[in-house]
Design a protein around this ligand. Structure first.
Ligand SMILES: Cc1cc2nc3c(=O)[nH]c(=O)nc-3n(C[C@H](O)[C@H](O)[C@H](O)COP(=O)(O)O)c2cc1C
Length: 352
């Protein structure tokens, strides 16, 4: 059960050798983000809004607003409301295929957002320049070594490498393989944050030792007290084991859809039906491929909203990473971050 309303237990003093090592290994990450721990709260559509984002930043991590399908006015309000709740830095995650990307970048610039994360494929022409001109630091997702190098040349200030263990849209490669493929070659030249499948601090310690400057977690933050996710959504997380968080299936080879990792439920049949409907429209020449992909993304936004906001965890999409098996209760963000930090510190200290 939650400890809401109870007096918090006094925390141990974090002066151990492990904590000092952790601080040192995270130093480039914390300097880049301007926070205490180089732990990004990965943007999660509908979940990463003012409450969770400010709570993560206030707890010493780095919260990131998920813009998702928001229009510039909604994003403007979300940033303003987040600023009312924290004085610490936070980021905004924008999806590259959003039709109003330029306006969304301008909204971030208007508020002086310090870090913009671009997700969902290579940034379109002009987007990088626009972000950098605003003075914001640019963080990009890199699904392969060649792309990491290309993004560095294009002006990315930091990279996130996210493996297929993650919740939401995923690539085909695991976190451990991506880390081996990318970190040794670029970690000295650019700060790299590792995401996907991180549930405990021991994994954080390991990725830092491989050269990462920090990590990004999504799934672990869904059941935070401060997360507005519906009680049914949180319950589904608490009950689920790793093997229940599975990728969506591509029904028609003509329609390349990016797989989404979510908890197994009836929604997966709905997605199959949606793919057949869109493939038929493509066959009939009624729509182009770009429109087909946009339709699929709109489908996901709606399906995730049904589960996160309305609590329909059967016909909505319960996007979750494999670390869902390590989410066992609802708890405050401060406890989640402190637990991760203490586990990472203990792991580093045990190395001697
Ligand atoms: C419910 C949910 C929604 C997500 N929505 C987004 C999103 O809108 N944009 C994005 O870049 N990543 C999104 N992600 C990915 C997270 O930002 C993060 O990178 C990922 O959760 C990290 O892996 P983990 O789930 O194993 O911790 C989402 C993840 C989840 C679980």
């Amino acid at each position: 059960m939650s400890g809401e309303g109870m007096i918090a237990e006094p925390r141990s003093v974090h002066g151990s050798e492990g904590h000092a090592k952790l601080k040192e290994l995270m130093h480039r990450g914390t300097a880049f983000l301007g926070c205490e721990y180089a732990i990004l709260g990965g943007a999660m559509s509908w979940v990463s809004e003012r409450n969770l984002v400010s709570a993560i930043s206030n707890a010493g991590g780095f919260g990131v607003i998920a813009c998702g399908a928001m229009n510039p006015e909604l994003l403007d309000t979300e940033i303003a409301e987040t600023k009312k709740r924290t004085e610490r830095p936070f980021g905004v995650n924008l999806i590259t295929m959003h039709p109003q990307l330029s306006e969304l970048i301008d909204t971030c610039a208007k508020h002086g957002v310090s870090h913009v994360v671009l997700a969902g494929g290579l940034p379109p022409g002009g987007a990088i320049e626009r972000i950098k001109a605003s003075g914001a630091k640019l963080i990009c997702f890199s699904p392969a070594l060649a792309l990491a190098k290309k993004l560095m040349r294009s002006g990315a200030d930091a990279l996130v490498i996210e493996g297929m263990e993650a919740g939401g849209h995923i690539g085909p490669v695991s976190t451990s393989v991506l880390c081996q493929e990318i970190l040794p070659h670029v970690a000295k030249d650019i700060p790299v944050f590792v995401a996907g499948g991180i549930g405990r601090g021991e994994a954080i310690a390991a990725y830092l030792e491989m050269g990462a400057v920090g990590v990004q977690l999504g799934t672990r933050f869904v059941c935070a007290h401060e997360s507005i996710a519906h009680a049914n959504f949180k319950k589904a997380f608490i009950r689920a084991s790793a093997r229940e968080a599975i990728p969506s299936v591509q029904i028609d080879p003509r329609l390349p859809v990016i797989p989404v990792r979510a908890l197994k439920n009836r929604e997966m049949e709905n997605f199959a039906a949606k793919q057949r409907e869109v493939a038929q429209q493509l066959d009939d020449g009624a729509i182009e491929m770009a429109e087909a992909q946009l339709q699929i993304e709109h489908y996901w936004a709606g399906a995730l909203r049904r589960a996160v906001i309305d609590g329909d965890v059967e016909s909505g999409s319960v996007m979750a990473g494999q670390s869902v098996g390590m989410v066992n209760r609802e708890e405050p963000v401060t406890d989640i971050i402190q637990e991760l930090v203490d586990e990472a510190a203990a792991a580093l200290e045990s190395r001697g």
